[in-house]
Design a protein around this ligand. Structure first.
Ligand SMILES: Cc1cc2nc3c(=O)[nH]c(=O)nc-3n(C[C@H](O)[C@H](O)[C@H](O)COP(=O)(O)OP(=O)(O)OC[C@H]3O[C@@H](n4cnc5c(N)ncnc54)[C@H](O)[C@@H]3O)c2cc1C
Length: 322
């Protein structure tokens, strides 16, 4: 196992990173240059400029094939949920800037805490388990036959559901992911680390001891380990579960046999596909010709930030009309 760390956050790990057999010194200097370049730019969620695949971008920047395969494919594979690196290079640059500028983190009380906090001020005005079956600029029909009238209607569903509500919305293509959670009394690796499959053998692409980041998530007396697969491995949950222990035993040794499997989640529609060119020249979030407003990550880009940006754009458009 080779250790790579960001020298700006972990100066003590810089020497080990330089010595790591993943990538040459030239690759590591290119990472530093890329970091400097993206941080020198304003964060651009409008995604202007020429676009190509992330793989072509990395090759164009001069990274060696070994570094692309050993580091970028598994690292970005966990972000984009695809290791072929066919995702838009504009999105890659945006994400690389986010990773360079801020910290990756987990809310102590779980991701669900984010929508709970957003919903708290509106709690008495939210109706759950009532899917909309039809929408127009002034009303929403619910499954049970009820209709809600409104001055403005905003549809903030996922891309697949949007295509069922609006016949003119093209089908959104999605990427999948699968994650198995394990509890272990033995700590397989200490520290806040992401363990990547640089060999591309799979089925796991990335592993994290989640409880080293958020101890609140762990079952009592145990460490919590998440093991995730992408691409073809994410489409085959049984194959993933069958193969993952052997792979983990090669990485962490025989103690893996004692890890207790807690649960496996396969998420077929995890992230929308963003091919080169797909993020530019779109209407994005806002008002449709039929008067309905649309928001959601699929109209901007597949991330919480994309969803939040879409909501803000729609809110501002509505405030302009009041
Ligand atoms: C495993 C995983 C990890 C991720 N990690 C990150 C991360 O670290 N950082 C990050 O930024 N992003 C991450 N994402 C992406 C992020 O979760 C999404 O981009 C974001 O949640 C999209 O928000 P949204 O509001 O657009 O859509 P959604 O969260 O999909 O919400 C749409 C809602 O619409 C509801 N709905 C659908 N149809 C109807 C209907 N007819 N009537 C009423 N309601 C309906 C759905 O039930 C759903 O609640 C991750 C995604 C996955 C799957």
């Amino acid at each position: 196992m080779e250790r790579l760390s960001d020298p700006f956050r972990d100066p003590a790990g810089a020497l080990a990173s330089l010595k790591a057999r993943v990538g040459s010194l030239s690759d590591k200097l290119k990472v530093a240059k890329l970091r400097r370049d993206v941080l020198a730019q304003e964060p651009d969620m409008s995604f202007r400029g020429g676009d190509r695949t992330t793989l072509a971008e990395l090759q164009g920047l001069g990274f060696s094939p070994g570094f692309i395969d050993g580091f970028f494919r598994p690292f970005l594979g966990g972000v984009f949920l695809e290791r072929a690196l066919e995702t838009s290079s504009l999105l890659f640059r945006y994400y690389f800037r986010c990773f360079s500028a801020g910290d990756a983190t987990l809310p102590a009380r779980g991701m669900q805490r984010l929508p709970e906090l957003l919903a708290a001020p509106l709690e008495d005005r939210i109706t759950l388990e009532s899917p909309a079956t039809a929408v127009s600029a002034k009303d929403v029909s619910l499954g049970g036959g009820a209709t809600i009238n409104a001055d403005f209607v905003v549809v903030a569903v996922d891309g697949r559901s949007a295509a069922t509500l609006f016949p003119d919305v093209p089908e959104v293509k999605f990427k999948s992911t699968v994650t198995s959670y394990f509890a272990s009394e033995h700590l397989p690796l200490s520290g806040r680390r992401l363990i990547l499959d640089g060999e591309g053998e799979g089925p796991a692409n990335h592993v994290a001891v989640v409880s080293e980041v958020a101890p609140e998530y762990a079952p009592s007396g145990a460490h919590l380990i998440s093991v995730s697969g992408v691409g073809a491995h994410a489409r085959d949950e049984d194959g993933f579960r069958a193969g993952v222990r052997d792979q983990l035993a090669r990485w962490f040794g025989p103690s893996v046999a004692s890890w207790h499997h807690l649960k496996t989640y396969r998420i077929p529609d995890a992230l929308p596909v963003h091919e080169p060119g797909s993020l530019t020249g779109r209407p994005g979030a806002g008002q449709r010709p039929d008067g309905v407003f649309v928001a959601g990550d699929y109209v901007e880009f597949g991330a919480i930030q994309g969803a939040l940006r879409s909501g803000r754009k729609v809110a501002e458009a509505i405030l302009d009309r009041r």
